[in-house]
Design a protein around this ligand. Structure first.
Ligand SMILES: Nc1ncnc2c1ncn2[C@@H]1O[C@H](COP(=O)(O)OP(=O)(O)OP(=O)(O)O)[C@@H](O)[C@H]1O
Ligand SMILES: O=P(O)(O)OC[C@@]1(O)O[C@H](CO)[C@@H](O)[C@@H]1O
Length: 302
């Protein structure tokens, strides 16, 4: 079974307008209210790729109810913990350029943290635990470390897609897969990454601890380093409409394919196709979208 865990879910209030200016009134042409947060996106895409998962995490208030109802209507099993607060609304402005305004994560009390540990204690060998999105400062870093170490000890595949100090701290817990984007990888090494060769260089420095390191680089595609093997992917051509969730779709595509044939190169190809399929439309990709792009992903083994 796959469990995704989103500490900081959101409603993604996604607006389309022809022109956006700060310091004045703007009127949107179209608005959409998607359930968001990285782990939730992973669960949504997995479902579209015919893989069932349980979405864990912390939600609250009317926005939290909206997210849970939306996911349940899509046939996704949810098991959220109530925070007693209102889940954030993240604003995504599409006006040729993409501008994002993400709210702060929830305050999570010690008893709510304990509830999450209880839920995770039922996982067993062979399960997957996908910890994705920002991790609130209200929780001590030792808590995340404990979660991750429990996974490693029990033979649970731990997938980590977060950033900043939490990513730095959890690398040593031996995740199965991490997927920083190029900025997040740069932050990890206190540098700025501007090319794939630099990204390969830094990704390779993580392979003692991490089985598969994927670095996503937007329209430049992505790279995968697994042990001594390295692959570079060029994505299909297309017009980006909404890239929110593209990285999460890459993670979902990788997992969905890996479950079938345990082949990292094929999983990577499928993941990149899923990332691009999401980038090319308003909401997240469908299985048909991914199938139509997969042969257009160019993979080069180095
Ligand atoms: N403009 C684009 N054209 C083609 N493919 C794209 C484009 N943007 C993203 N992708 C695909 O999606 C993958 C992930 O994108 P990106 O690197 O932007 O992820 P991210 O920064 O983690 O995004 P998010 O946090 O919003 O999920 C890329 O590796 C690529 O395959
Ligand atoms: O603030 P975080 O947790 O870093 O990112 C949250 C977020 O931007 O990531 C998802 C896309 O990956 C969106 O659904 C969501 O709004």
């Amino acid at each position: 079974m796959i469990y995704t865990c989103t500490f900081t879910p959101s409603i993604d209030y996604t607006t389309y307008l022809s022109d956006f200016n700060t310091g004045t009134l703007n009127r949107a042409n179209d608005v959409y209210y998607y359930p968001g947060g990285k782990g939730i996106n992973v669960s949504r895409v997995l479902k579209r790729l015919s893989v069932q998962s349980t979405a864990l995490g912390f939600t609250g208030g009317f926005t939290g109810d909206y997210i849970a109802d939306f996911l349940q209507q899509e046939g996704i099993h949810t098991d959220f913990i109530d925070t007693n607060g209102i889940t954030r609304i993240n604003v995504k402005i599409k006006s040729g350029k993409e501008t994002e305004l993400n709210g702060p994560g929830p305050k999570i009390a010690p008893e709510q943290q304990a509830l999450l540990l209880e839920k995770i204690n039922v996982l067993h060998e062979g399960d997957w635990f996908v910890l994705a999105g920002s991790l609130p400062d209200s929780i001590p870093a030792s808590f995340y470390q404990q979660l991750a170490e429990n996974c490693s000890k029990c033979g649970i595949r731990f997938v980590l897609d977060t950033s900043g100090p939490a990513l730095a701290r959890l690398i040593s817990t031996r995740p199965f897969l991490i997927k920083p984007n190029q900025d997040e990888l740069g932050q990890l090494f206190d540098t700025t990454i501007t090319s794939k060769s630099e990204a390969f260089h830094y990704a390779t420095r993580l392979t003692d601890d991490v089985e598969h390191v994927i670095v996503s680089m937007g329209k430049e595609g992505a790279l995968l380093v697994s042990g001594n093997s390295k692959w570079d992917a060029t994505p299909p051509d297309g017009t980006a409409v909404n890239t929110v969730g593209a990285g999460d779709s890459l993670v979902s595509g990788f997992i969905a394919s890996y479950l079938q044939n345990q082949n990292p190169e094929e999983a990577f190809r499928y993941g990149v196709a899923a990332g691009s399929a999401t980038a090319f439309q308003m909401d997240l990709c469908s299985k048909e979208d991914v199938a139509s792009l997969v042969s257009e992903v160019r993979i080069n083994q180095l």
